[in-house]
Write a protein that binds this ligand. Structure first.
Ligand SMILES: [Zn+2]
Ligand SMILES: [Zn+2]
Length: 355
């Protein structure tokens, strides 16, 4: 990939390609990586949690045969036959996280554990995974489709991936459909790797995002909620009234665990120990973005569309539907706080700062 106007950015750890490295993070807790190819993301961590009955896998990669072949190779390398997989934990409803779950259910009868609000995105408007400023380039695969709450163009996903997801929905007997067999709620206890984990609902990145804490060892399965070097995408394409407010609440919830957390096991990138610092950093990132929006609102002398405002909020390289969607989520947060007003004009929402 090449970028024209902007200088090249260092490759973030979340963007690095999957390796076949297997790391033991704690007794019975292993990190493996499965390949994915999404803007800014090169792998997803599939954690393997061992106990007397066999193993639980966390976030088993993308739907489809290629990913499943690698999944099997990783388990083989650990010395675990497929039939020993008794459970799959899915942190949230993005396809790079639930991909192999249905197949594991179908092939070996694995239990699928997810949050109570888990739901599938079979439609083409599935939001991308990470913050636009962290994406290396907006790819031409994101095309207009013109159906967004703010009236601008929306996301599209590559036809090949969409076709694969449709196949997945159409032929559940072949690929398996990842319907959770166990839906957990805030505060529920889940036994994995012979440890008792506490379920923590962390909506924001998606409404059904789930983190799990083992209070004894201080391990936190953090999914996409808290990542080591990038911030998750907060989408305006959601049923939540104020997804950013939910995200802040979920960050505070994890931040308040403080020193109980010894190590976060993120879905992308390397496990890290400075969890509270990362939580604060991600919050600051959004607080700065809100401040910038207030300033943009003050500079505009007329109501402006989400696209107009996104052009001022994001760098040239980050422009596009993801930037618009994230801008919309932030504008709605400020509108609900009474700092902006919104009107509809020619099918487009326009925002103006309340002075
Ligand atoms: Zn995600
Ligand atoms: Zn992800």
């Amino acid at each position: 990939m090449t970028s024209t106007a902007d200088s090249p950015r260092p490759v973030r750890q979340e963007a690095q390609r999957a390796t076949d490295e297997i790391t033991e993070l704690a007794p019975g807790v292993l990190r493996t990586q499965l390949p994915i190819d999404l803007p800014g993301l090169g792998h997803v961590n599939m954690y393997v949690l061992e106990d007397d009955r066999g193993v639980t896998v966390v976030d088993p990669g993308m739907p489809g045969r290629e990913s499943f072949t690698v999944l099997k190779a990783r388990l083989r390398a650990i010395g675990v036959p497929l039939k020993r997989v008794h459970s799959v934990l899915v942190t949230h409803s993005h396809p790079d996280h639930y991909g192999g779950a249905g197949r594991l259910r179908k092939d070996v009868g694995a239990e699928i554990i997810a949050h109570r609000r888990f739901r599938l995105w079979w439609d083409p408007y599935e939001p991308p995974d990470i913050d636009v400023e962290d994406a290396p380039l907006l790819t031409p695969q994101i095309r207009p489709n013109g159906e967004t709450p703010w009236g601008g163009r929306g996301y599209d996903i590559p036809w090949s991936r969409r076709a694969r997801l449709r196949m997945h929905a159409k032929f559940p007997r072949v690929f398996g459909v990842p319907h959770p067999t166990r839906r957990v709620d805030e505060g529920d206890r889940v036994m994995l790797a012979g440890r008792e984990w506490l379920a923590i609902h962390t909506p924001g990145h998606t409404e059904d995002h789930l983190c799990l804490l083992d209070p004894e060892s201080g391990l936190l399965i953090s999914g996409d909620h808290v990542l080591p070097t990038i911030t998750p995408h907060i989408s305006g394409m959601t049923r939540a009234v104020d997804p950013l407010r939910e995200f802040f609440g979920s960050l505070d919830k994890i931040g308040s665990l403080g020193t109980q957390m010894k190590m976060a096991l993120p879905a992308h990138g390397t496990p890290f120990t400075n969890v509270v610092e990362r939580v604060e950093h991600i919050k600051e990132h959004h607080i700065e973005r809100l401040d910038k929006l207030r300033q943009i609102g003050a500079d505009f002398d007329r109501p402006a569309t989400v696209m107009d405002i996104a052009r001022h909020l994001f760098s040239a390289r980050a422009q596009g539907p993801m930037a618009d969607s994230e801008t919309f989520a932030h504008l709605e947060h400020l509108r609900l706080a009474g700092e902006f007003q919104c009107r509809q004009r020619d099918g487009l929402l326009e925002y103006v700062r309340v002075s």
